[in-house]
Design a protein around this ligand. Sequence first.
Ligand code: ZN
Length: 309
Amino acid sequence: MITQIRGLHHVTSMAASASTNNKFFTDTLGLRRVKKTVNFDAPDVYHLYYGDEVGTPGSVMTYFPFPHIAQGRPGTGEVGTTVFSVPEGSLGYWTDRLTKAGADGLKADEAFGEKRLHFAGPDGDGFALVEVRDDNRAPWIGNGVGAEEAIRGFHSASMRLRDEGSTAELLKFMGYEQVDARDGVTRFGIPGGNGADFIDVETMPNISSARLGAGSVHHIAFAVENRAKQLEVRKALMDTGYQVTPVIDRDYFWAIYFRTPGGVLFEIATNEPGFDRDEDTAHLGEALKLPTQHEHLRKALEEHLEPIA
Ligand code: ZN
């Protein structure tokens, strides 16, 4: 069994409009844009990162905005809901704020004894806020949401699967423990996690596969402390029969990827070196940062990419 994983690192999704996406995550949700860069494999597309002050692993929501992308079709084999942690008693504030912002899909419910508010992102992305007592992660309060309400980071992500069996085995191999099961959803938690500690698995045997598009989660990444621990995880996964990519330098972390039995793409990402490796903390996310191999495209990209605030 692997003991190196510390919870979620980031969640990466697809969007249609960069400016709409940027406005929603900074103005409405109050997160900080911690990096404005481009997709390594498609440098004419942004890669936008939102999180807490420094983009602490476990707080980072990232997007690839493709201007003409088709809408995704929800289904199985994907992450259904990405859930942020907010303080107890703050959901009334968030209901007002999201209503005023025109967010769709507002619905309050309770799961595993926690109060939750569902809402949709700009492309129909499935999100929820959940009230958590004593989440001591420091919030970003620079975008108009106060400390009594601001998002602390991720709480969990839920996966919709036709059959949970092999994915449950994988999560246990990754160090997760089953902590609860109710209403067709099994909750797994990671001991000693970074706060973004839970994965919910929802079994939907009769639902067809999702089609990736705007509003879909592309992959979820799990955090490990450093490159040495990442290599240990990679070896353990490969020894168990998973096809894992080589280690890839993503400038702000190191990444490996593998496809899980239920169809969801998993990444293991390092906490090092972090988003302040090429910008001061005070100015994170302001300048367009380009991977070294795409720096020669800067002039063309600055003309081509949609301006965002
Ligand atoms: Zn990633």
